[in-house]
Design a protein around this ligand. Sequence first.
Ligand code: COA
Length: 536
Amino acid sequence: MPAIASNVIVESEAFRANRLAYLELIAQFRSLERKVRAASARADDKFRSRGQLPPRERINWLVDRDSPFLELSTLCGLGMHEDDGVDNVYGGGLIAGIGVVSGVRCLIAANDSGIKGGTAHPMGVEKAIRAQEIALHEKLPYVQLVESAGANLLLQAEMFVRGGATFANMARLSAAGIPVISIVHGSSTAGGAYQTGLADYVVMVRGRSKVFLAGPPLLKAATGEIAKDEALGGAELHCVTTGLGEYLAEDDADALRIGREVLAHLGWGGPTPRPPARAPLYDAEELLGVVPVDYRKPYDVREVIARIVDGSEFLDFKPGYGAETVCGHAAIEGRPVGLIGNNGPIDSAGASKAGQFIQLCCQAGLPIVFLQNTTGYLVGVAAETSGIVKHGSKMIQAVTNANVPKLTLQIGGSFGAGHYGMCGRSFGPRFLFSWPNARFAVMGGEQAAKVMTIVAEDAAAARGLPFDGDKVMAQGAKIVAGYDRQSTALFATARLWDDGLIDPRDSRATLAFCLETCAESDARVLRPNAFGVARF
Ligand code: COA
């Protein structure tokens, strides 16, 4: 396969400026991630004084040493509800990711109980639901590290109904033949109790796990009854009397060891063998200089592909036809894929080409990687008369119904129906990560302001009224400011429009990990049952 020859001049001023801009964006989201850790770490002394491990350390003890952990949606809920986006950054109060436990790839979800007692926040609920969706789709055992004060009582209206899905999903996972394992580290009240009760395997910690529908404060408030937490729902009670717990551990570390043993005895099988792979010819470090932070500045997406795929080899598909939509074959860490990228708006030929290419990938069973950087489908009289609506629709149809793994990297602009055609969130990518420069909106803010000005002018003329230019200008400025604020990668990741932000330099490793996860999932045969496993 021919290798891409890069035309990038790494000594150029543009390269240097791009790199600096990326380093700043990366530093910004990394600093916010540190704030999530710091918010939880405020409770570290409390955990240690009780003989407990803090939540992140629990994950470290659970996973295989030196194995990768793909953390998801680290900045979930940023700037929303109790997360002020500045000093109190919570990551949704849940740590979720894919890791390897006793050689088994698992979805791990740990209540970040250093933050608000591990309560379920509205966005944390969404994060848990997405984690469960991944577990179900990727056939990953779902391991929960539970310590949760249940619903956040100050935000209940925003999560009570939706929160039910987290419990329904546990039943669905179990019925689908995917084991759910809960290691209960501490107090698990109300919703926290169902995180335990709906699991297939429960590990409890002597003297620390407390599982009850109503803990002492709620019980007192509800019935006036006064009870001590141990008598109401301690680990021994559940492992000896109620039968809710299967395994009684002496402390957190012991509980995690037992959790590892449970995984080891599932007979689940290890990862699929890694195919041989070659590194790209160009350094991933150069990605920061290659791609302008501003999506309006053109560049050749092949420069990105050259720094992601094996040997930088890329079999360009119809490069001369619909040339601004780039399609082609390559491999990532030895796994063959089809790639689709953008060098400009998607025109009719580009949409047809992409639609055809997607069908070919489906015919060959090849996963498709979308490198999304699009201002949308081409508009204008020429585009309309060439049938852009028809061609764009068939591309969207092909993307939606493609039955091979779809992975999306949002590497720049993500506007209008281009977001859909390039496999945005609603089009079922198995994983979707964003670079920190990504921008999402139905259109650019300035375009939206201009559209609304023209609409106002036309409306005034139609009614025979004078056009109030000042009012419309003020409205336009508001629209631009609103779009600017609402289209950033941070705004998007807070709302789970992606599965998290990544450093562009980690693109190849992230895609390879996701491809491996999909390959493993597609090869696995589950043993579903009708109701899920229950304790009789
Ligand atoms: N909703 C909102 N905030 C809650 C909460 C809840 N259900 N439960 C605890 N919090 C908050 C606390 O106000 C505190 O906030 P702060 O950090 O801003 O001070 C933080 O979470 C930690 O709580 P704290 O009680 O100090 O932690 P703890 O580890 O000593 O005790 C619990 C944890 C779970 C035993 C205790 O907080 C509790 O019993 N909470 C009520 C649980 C409940 O009845 N839930 C019903 C849900 S339907």
